[in-house]
Design a protein around this ligand. Structure first.
Ligand code: DGL
Length: 265
C-alpha cells in the first residue's frame, strides 16, 4: 500500500521531496489540487468538501496513510475527516495533519515562549496553531499573521518581487518572538528570505524538515501500518489541473524530470 500526500497546490511537493529523501523505500502518491488552489481564503465548509474529494481519491489509490500537508486543510477540515468520514468509509486507514507536529517541534526548545505563526487567512482564523501550542504549554504567547499574498507568488515562481511584501508581513513579529512557525506548505521556499528579515536569533520551524522525521517515528511506533506499506520506491505526482507553468515548476522544485499526471476528482 502507498503513502498519500495531499496539498491544495504545489507547495506540498517540498515536503514530498524531503520525505522521499529521508524514507525513499516507500511508494508515494502526491495529489495537488491545482484546479482549486488557493484554499486559504475559503470557508470551512468548502475546504472540507475539497479535502474530502482529495482524501477519497488518495484512499482509492490504495493509500494506507494520507498526510494532509496543507495547513489550511489540516486546520479547518482534518478533524471532521478523522471523526466523521474515515470511521464510516475507510476505518482501516489513517489521515494525519501537519499542525500538531510543528507545534511539538516548536516547543521542544524549553526556552521557546513567544511563538509567531505565519499562515493563510483560513489557518489563522481557525486558531488551530494557538490551540495546539497552548495544549502543549499553556503559558505560550502566540502571535499570528495571515499572509495571503505569498502563496500566489510562490505558486507562480515569481519570487523577485516578494521581499517588500514579506517585510510588511513580518514587521509585527520583529523583536516579539523567539520562534517562527512557517504554517503553510509554500513558505519553506521563502525560509532564507524570512530568516534574513526576521533576524538570526529567531528559530524558524519548517514543516518540510520536521514532517519526514515525525513520519519515521510514527511508522516505528505503528508496525502494523509500516508492515503493509509497499517498498518499491515508486513515486507518483498527480494534479487536478496541468499547465506548462505547473510542469515547469514541478520539474524545478522536484529537481528531476518526473512525470506529472492530471487526474479528475
Ligand atoms: N497549502 C496551503 C497551506 O499550507 C496554502 C495554499 C492555499 O491557500 O491553498 O496552508
Amino acid at each position: 500500500m502507498n503513502i498519500g500526500i495531499f496539498d491544495s497546490g504545489l507547495g506540498g511537493l517540498l515536503i514530498t521531496k524531503s520525505m522521499i529523501k529521508k524514507l525513499p523505500q516507500y511508494n508515494y502518491v502526491y495529489l495537488g489540487d491545482t484546479k482549486r488552489v488557493p484554499y486559504g481564503n475559503r470557508s470551512a465548509e468548502t475546504i472540507y468538501e475539497f479535502l474530502k474529494d482529495s482524501v477519497e481519491y488518495l484512499l482509492k489509490q490504495n493509500c494506507k496513510l494520507v498526510i494532509v500537508a496543507c495547513n489550511t486543510a489540516s486546520a479547518q477540515a482534518l478533524r471532521k475527516i478523522q471523526q466523521d468520514f474515515l470511521p464510516s468509509n475507510y476505518p482501516d486507514r489513517k489521515v494525519l495533519g501537519v499542525i500538531i507536529p510543528a507545534c511539538e517541534v516548536a516547543l521542544e526548545n524549553k526556552q521557546a515562549k513567544n511563538i509567531g505563526v505565519l499562515a493563510t487567512v483560513a489557518t489563522v482564523a481557525s486558531n488551530a496553531f494557538v490551540i495546539e501550542l497552548k495544549k502543549i504549554k499553556p503559558n505560550t504567547k502566540v502571535l499570528q499573521k495571515a499572509a495571503p499574498l505569498l502563496v500566489p507568488f510562490v505558486e507562480n515562481d515569481e519570487l523577485g518581487f516578494i521581499n517588500p511584501i514579506l517585510e510588511n508581513y513580518l514587521k509585527s513579529f520583529k523583536g516579539k518572538i523567539d520562534t517562527l512557525i512557517l504554517g503553510c506548505t509554500h513558505f519553506p521556499m521563502l525560509q532564507y528570505r524570512i530568516q534574513k528579515i526576521i533576524g538570526p536569533e529567531v528559530r524558524i520551524i519548517s514543516q518540510n524538515k520536521l514532517i519526514p522525521k515525525k513520519l519515521k517515528t510514527y511508522l516505528n511506533n505503528h508496525p502494523e501500518i509500516e508492515k503493509v506499506l509497499s517498498k518499491e520506491g515508486i513515486y507518483k505526482l498527480n494534479v487536478t489541473d496541468l499547465t506548462d507553468t505547473i510542469s515547469k515548476t514541478v520539474t524545478k522544485w522536484f529537481g528531476q524530470n518526473i512525470k506529472v499526471v492530471q487526474i479528475d476528482l
